[in-house]
Design a protein around this ligand. Structure first.
Ligand code: MV4
Length: 449
C-alpha cells in the first residue's frame, strides 16, 4: 500500500482525497499555487509544497513542478482529482517513467477514450449501443454530405478531440451542412489543435445519464448505477441526482451491463464513468467515457455507501474489487454551489467570504474548501461547494435540499444558492420530467426587494 500520496489538485476535491488518505493511514502531500497559500487543503495535508504562481499553467498544470514536489517529498503515488492533469496522457506517462503511481488511467487508455471517434469505434467492437452515424473520422466534405444523407437529418457533427460540446453542430437540413462543417472544424482546431470530425444521428431532447464503473487490475469491472446529469447550462452541470427519475429497473440493468461490458473489454482500471444519451423511448447510446473521478461522485457514494476515492487508491495498489454491482438504496441530489450571480447571467463573483454558515443535519453533506474569511481567487473555476442531500425518497431528498439551501449563508460574494432554491420548486424538476433542454427555458424569478 502507498505510504504517501501527492494530491495534484486544489479546492474541495483535494480536501476529499486528503480525508480518505487520513482514514487509510496514508500520508498526504498538498501542492499549491501562491494564490492558494491560505487554502484549506494546504492546512489539512501532512505536507505542502508551493509549485508556482497563480496561473494554472504555471502551477497546477506544470508537470515538472508537480513531479519535483513528488520527488522531494518522496511520494509514491499521485492523485490528480478531476480537471487539470487528471486526463492528461503525457502526465500519466511521466508518472509511470518516474515510478510514481498515477491514481488514474494509463496514458494509452486516456488517449483511447479521449479521442471520441476512437472511443466510439472501441465501444462498437465491445457491443455497446452507439448512435448511428459515420464509421470514425470524416475525411472530407464530400464524405460528410454522403454520410449525412445515409444517416438522415437531423445530424450532429462532433469534434473527435472534443467533449463538453465544443466543436459540435446540430444540422437539420443539407443546405446548412457546409457552414456547420467549416465552423465546427475551425472551433475544434482552435480549442484542441485538431479538427477531426465525426457524425451521429441527432438524438432530440436527450437525457444525460452516466454509469459509474470501477475496474481492477485483474480485468474485472462492476458498476455503481447511474447519475442523471441532464440539468446543464452551457455544458456545465448544475445539479445531479441518483437514481435518475427517468430510470426503470430494466433500463438500469441494461445500461449497467453495457458499461461493465465496455470497461471489461478495454480492461479499464480504476474509477471511470460511461456517459450515455437516453432518448424519450428509453433507448440509450454511448456518448463518452471519462477516465477520472467526477465532481458528482458523492451522490453515488451516498446511495450505495461506498468510498470511491478509497476504491481508486486500493485498485491502484493492486487490490481486487469485490465485483458485485451496486443498486441505489436511497435517493441523493447534489447542487453545485458556484461563486456566480444567477441574477446576472451567472457571471463570476470572486472575492472574500465575510460570513459563512454551512448547512448540516441528518442526510446533509457539504464538500467544500471554503471558510469564513477565505478569499476566492479569480484564477480557477468558480465552484466553492457541493451540497448533497440524501433521503429514502426523491421527495424527501428535495425537501431536505430546500431546507439546507435555506440554511446556507454566504456573505461577501454572490452564489448560485438562490438558483438552486428556485430549481427545487420548478414543476418540471419536481416532477422529474426534465431533459438536457431544461435550462434553455429556465428564468430566475426576480429578487424580492
Ligand atoms: C449529442 C446530442 C444529441 N445527439 N449527440 C453535448 C456535449 C457532449 N457530451 C455530447 N453532447 C451531446 N451530444 C447526439 N447524437 C446532444 C448533446 C448535448 C448534451 C448532452 C448531454 C448533456 C447536455 C447536452 C447539452 C447539449 C447537447
Amino acid at each position: 500500500m502507498f505510504k504517501k500520496i501527492l494530491i495534484a489538485n486544489r479546492g474541495e476535491i483535494a480536501m476529499r482525497v486528503i480525508r480518505t488518505c487520513k482514514e487509510m493511514g496514508i500520508k498526504s502531500v498538498a501542492v499549491y499555487s501562491t494564490a492558494d497559500a491560505e487554502s484549506l487543503h494546504v492546512r489539512f495535508a501532512d505536507e505542502a509544497v508551493c509549485i508556482g504562481p497563480a496561473p494554472s499553467s504555471e502551477s497546477y498544470l506544470k508537470m515538472s513542478n508537480i513531479i519535483a514536489a513528488a520527488e522531494i517529498t518522496n511520494a509514491d503515488a499521485i492523485h490528480p482529482g478531476y480537471g487539470f492533469l487528471s486526463e492528461n496522457a503525457k502526465f500519466s506517462k511521466i508518472c509511470e517513467e518516474h515510478e510514481i503511481k498515477f491514481i488514474g488511467a494509463s496514458a494509452e487508455m486516456i488517449d483511447r477514450m479521449g479521442d471520441k471517434a476512437s472511443a466510439k469505434s472501441t465501444m462498437i467492437q465491445a457491443g455497446v449501443p452507439c448512435v448511428p452515424g459515420s464509421e470514425g473520422i470524416i475525411p472530407d466534405f464530400k464524405t460528410c454530405i454522403k454520410v449525412a444523407r445515409e444517416t438522415g437529418y437531423p445530424v450532429m457533427l462532433k469534434a473527435s478531440a472534443g467533449g463538453g460540446g465544443k466543436g459540435m453542430r446540430a444540422v437539420w437540413k443539407e443546405e446548412d451542412l457546409q457552414n456547420a462543417w467549416e465552423s465546427a472544424r475551425q472551433e475544434s482546431k482552435a480549442a484542441f489543435g485538431n479538427d477531426d470530425m465525426y457524425m451521429e444521428k441527432l438524438i432530440e431532447e436527450p437525457r444525460h445519464i452516466e454509469i459509474q464503473i470501477v475496474g481492477d487490475s485483474n480485468g474485472r469491472a462492476c458498476h455503481l448505477s447511474e447519475r442523471d446529469c441532464s440539468v446543464q447550462r452551457r455544458h456545465q452541470k448544475l445539479t445531479e441526482e441518483t437514481p435518475s427519475p427517468f430510470m426503470t429497473d430494466e433500463l438500469r440493468e441494461k445500461m449497467g451491463e453495457a458499461a461493465v461490458k465496455a470497461a471489461e473489454y478495454i480492461k479499464y482500471e480504476g474509477a471511470g464513468t460511461v456517459e450515455f444519451l437516453v432518448d424519450k423511448h428509453r433507448n440509450f447510446y454511448f456518448m463518452e467515457m471519462n477516465t477520472r473521478i467526477q465532481v458528482e461522485h458523492p451522490i453515488t457514494e451516498q446511495v450505495v455507501d461506498y468510498d470511491l476515492i478509497r476504491e481508486q487508491i486500493l485498485v491502484a495498489a493492486g487490490v481486487p474489487i469485490s465485483g458485485k454491482n451496486y443498486i441505489p438504496q436511497l435517493h441523493s441530489i447534489e447542487c453545485r454551489i458556484n461563486a456566480e450571480d444567477p441574477y446576472k447571467d451567472f457571471r463570476p463573483s470572486p472575492g472574500k467570504i465575510t460570513n459563512l454558515h454551512l448547512p448540516g443535519g441528518h442526510g446533509v453533506r457539504v464538500d467544500t474548501h471554503v471558510y469564513s474569511g477565505y478569499t476566492i481567487p479569480p484564477n480557477y473555476d468558480s465552484m466553492i461547494a457541493k451540497l448533497i442531500t440524501t433521503a429514502q425518497t426523491r421527495e424527501e431528498a428535495i425537501n431536505k435540499m430546500k431546507r439546507a439551501l435555506d440554511e446556507f449563508v454566504v456573505e461577501g460574494i454572490k452564489t448560485t444558492v438562490p438558483f438552486h432554491r428556485q430549481l427545487m420548486d420548478h414543476p418540471d424538476y419536481v416532477s422529474g420530467n426534465y431533459t438536457t433542454k431544461f435550462m434553455e427555458d429556465f428564468e430566475m424569478a426576480e429578487l424580492e426587494d
